[in-house]
Design a protein around this ligand. Structure first.
Ligand code: TRP
Length: 363
């Protein structure tokens, strides 16, 4: 098997290339959104917080609103790649769905679905697995990172092959655009490699490819840190969840870490905690962090926290109201997920039929 996965490593050059490509794609979306189909996904492992929201989700909503057909996967099978306990799966899936709808994902425009209810998507894993070697999967940077994050847990076969499953997620609906953070770029490369190998080995060799070569769309959003200035993580209690109340938000922000200089300035290099709070206020209010800093001036950490609390609560108020309304209507949520799953299944059946035909498995 040829091995062209050396390019899976994220180098500065490849990152720069991905950024340039993303800028071109953004322009192409504005010109003609109908040439794109987006798939994106998330694992239902916990509630969504402002890091997800400002880092990725608001971008998904904007892409949808610009008229691109969007598929949104709740990746339930990916939850069991690296843990023994599935957790309260049903609650988490519905909580994620509720968050998506509350931030403005529109079920008329966007197909929201789960792995587990779309068997034909999962079946694509089998032919795709025939196209990769175990060595290249072991070298995949995201597999390595995930493995490290699980401590001493031995690597499961599902963790090792999850980039292939993720290729199935993207290719089953023939998505050609995947909004990603830079850590996920290797998945996209792996997906293109699988799509190309499929065509080469099983395809007709003509112009009629079954699978597109999907591109990554890098989010330009800045990375918001947790309230203590370190990486956001639920277990550290340094995040604000979308579904929290305004009071809970105020309490959390009050505990945020600042520094002893009362003069508030935006200086991410030297004052990471203060600058991160300013960035958060800026993202929530659509203003520049410098501007907010100079307004606060000598007001100190207390004023800064009051400004952050107000900006975040004001921005999230309509999302939270909508979230509460949706949560009160489980029948509606079930109907949305059922409809999404049916749509996804119809698409997956069609794609799998093409794959079976390419493999000569038609009886
Ligand atoms: N790996 C992604 C995450 O944990 C979730 C995911 C699954 C995904 N399948 C995908 C993302 C396909 C993009 C495309 O957040």
């Amino acid at each position: 098997m040829t091995d062209n996965t050396a390019e899976l490593e994220i180098t500065d050059a490849s990152l720069q290339h991905a950024r340039q490509t993303s800028a071109k794609i953004e322009a192409a979306i504005d010109k003609d959104p109908s040439q794109f189909r987006v798939l994106t996904g998330a694992r239902p492992t916990g509630n969504l917080h402002i890091g997800h929201y400002f880092g990725a989700l608001s971008n998904w909503v904007s892409i949808q609103q610009r008229g691109v057909e969007t598929w949104l996967l709740i990746a339930d099978y990916q939850v069991i790649t690296d843990r023994d306990d599935t957790g309260p799966m049903r609650e988490r899936v519905y909580s994620l769905l509720t968050d998506y709808l509350a931030i403005g994902m529109d079920p008329e425009e966007t197909t929201i679905f789960t792995h587990s209810q779309v068997p034909e998507l999962n079946e694509l894993l089998l032919p795709f697995l025939s196209l990769v070697s175990d060595a290249e999967l072991r070298r995949n940077p995201t597999v390595k990172a995930e493995l490290e994050a699980t401590g001493d847990r031995p690597m499961s076969g599902l963790l090792l092959t999850y980039p292939v499953h993720q290729a199935a997620d993207i290719l089953f609906c023939k998505a050609n655009l995947v909004p990603v953070g830079k850590d996920q770029l290797p998945h996209l490369e792996q997906t293109r490699v699988i799509a190309d190998r499929f065509e080469k080995r099983y395809g007709s060799g003509g112009e009629d490819r079954i699978f597109p070569r999907p591109q990554g769309l890098l989010s330009e959003a800045e990375n918001v840190l947790g309230l203590d200035g370190t990486k956001m993580s639920k277990s550290k209690g340094n995040t604000i969840e979308l579904g929290m109340s305004a009071d809970e938000t105020a309490k959390l922000v009050k505990k945020a870490v600042t520094d002893s200089d009362r003069n508030i300035t935006y200086d991410p290099g030297n004052r990471p905690e203060v600058s991160n709070l300013l960035l958060l206020a800026a993202l929530a209010s659509g203003r520049a962090p410098h501007e907010i800093a100079s307004e606060i001036g000598d007001g100190g950490g207390g004023t800064l926290k009051a400004v952050v609390t107000e900006a975040v609560n004001e921005h999230l108020a309509p999302v939270r109201t909508r979230r509460a309304e949706l949560a009160a209507d489980p029948g509606y949520l079930e109907s949305i997920l059922q409809r999404g799953n049916e749509r996804a299944r119809e698409q997956a059946r069609q794609t799998l039929a093409e794959v079976h035909a390419a493999l000569g498995m038609v009886y």
